[in-house]
Design a protein around this ligand. Structure first.
Ligand SMILES: *[C@@H]1O[C@H](CO)[C@@H](O)[C@H](O)[C@H]1NC(C)=O
Length: 260
């Protein structure tokens, strides 16, 4: 009898959290992320990821927030994800996912650099990463970068190296007015409680000012699912489960990267 109660309360909690996400994100937003003062100013944002599918699996609430508010989003994917020899397919899948996520395809770039190949144990040179990202910033007039944090959600070394590449860039160009934000990695429990995690995220964000932390709720979780489904070569049962139960499908916590 007790377990029925437990399961029932979990279901209620799940549904209530989902309702909170859909209700909050459809009401006029009080979220101040990307706003500068009162008037609307279009930002040029660069999302830097390591592999095709990172954007749909981890960053879709952020992507949705940026594009639905009329900002310009560029995506730089630093590898074609060729660890299993499917790089060319995965690259195409990235473009299909970006079409679902409403990111203009000419603003999506994938690299296939010999020194930046997909894989555990492959160390990516931070100086090289900083140089490549700087090139993108200059050619598109980017004023804000979003990327992984130092743990990289899953702990994948390529994700972490991307973070340190961005940090290196920020350190090397201190005069620049580039703003950078990282996707906060949560602990394993929070990672897999789906929409229920938003209560922790909202609390976290409330304890910090909008200068350093934002919680972005996903306006269209079903779209994230659809975007991830475009990555057919990766769309196996455990990833379907991951996308349904991952809190990154429902909300993103972003923290400002401070470079001293
Ligand atoms: C890292 O990349 C930079 C710039 O491309 C290069 O000068 C440097 O030698 C590389 N370092 C290593 C350890 O490969």
């Amino acid at each position: 009898m007790a377990w029925v109660l437990i399961v029932a309360s979990l279901v209620v909690l799940w549904v209530a959290s989902l309702c909170k996400i859909l209700y909050t994100s459809s009401s006029p937003s009080r979220n101040s992320f990307l706003t500068t003062g009162g008037a609307f100013q279009k930002r040029n944002v660069l999302l830097v990821v390591a592999h095709p599918d990172d954007e749909s699996m981890f960053f879709s609430p952020t992507i949705s927030y940026i594009t639905s508010r009329g900002h310009n989003l560029h995506i730089l994917c630093l590898s074609i994800g060729d660890a299993d020899g499917k790089g060319n397919i995965r690259k195409e899948e990235l473009y299909q996912a970006c079409a679902i996520l409403k990111v203009p395809l000419q603003q999506v770039k994938t690299l296939d650099h010999p020194e930046l190949q997909d894989g555990f144990g492959r160390v990516w040179n931070h100086t090289l990463l900083a140089k490549i990202i700087e090139g993108e910033i200059n050619s598109h007039g980017i004023d804000l970068i979003i990327t992984f944090d130092g743990y990289g959600v899953s702990g994948h070394c390529n994700h972490r190296d991307v973070h340190y590449g961005v940090r290196k860039l920020l350190r090397d160009t201190p005069q620049g007015n580039i703003e950078a934000w990282e996707l906060v990695s949560t602990n394993i429990l929070r990672k897999y409680i789906g929409p229920v995690d938003i209560w922790f995220s909202i609390l976290d964000a409330m304890q910090h000012s909008g200068e350093v932390m934002h919680c972005l709720l996903n306006e269209h979780p079903q779209k994230s699912f659809l975007a991830m489904a475009q990555h057919s070569s990766q769309w196996v049962w455990f990833r379907k489960l991951f996308v349904a139960f991952s809190s990154y499908t429902y909300a993103n916590m972003l923290r400002r990267i401070e470079c001293m």
